[in-house]
Design a protein around this ligand. Sequence first.
Ligand SMILES: [Zn+2]
Length: 136
Amino acid sequence: MLVTIARYSYPYEAHLARSRLESEGIPAYLADEHTINMQWLYSDALGGIRLQVPENYTQQAQEILALDLEQALIEQQDYQGAACPHCGSHNTEYYQFGRRMAFLVFLGLDFPLYPTHDGILCHHCGARSRQEEPAE
Ligand SMILES: [Zn+2]
């Protein structure tokens, strides 16, 4: 039995996700792909392209896609080592609060982006602090 684990509005997104899963040895299938290639404007009405895997691969596939999402979100942030508010060290890295929420939303909606909170993980003192609004 196949289980739908994600939906995509655009064929290239769906193909990327399928390739990713197959590279991990997970058989993955796209449903509704042909219809949407013909008339992709209607993909929302059709519920998008469904990415499906055999039921026993569901959890593994979801974890792989969640990791990829996390990576994409981090890359989008273009983070540059901010000062730790606790000790002032710049030996910090980007840290995200609310990851699990982003993951759940990713599974439930077409739009994978969710406003997670930016934070700083300090390698010097180990503090995890919520970052203020970035000064553009
Ligand atoms: Zn610190």
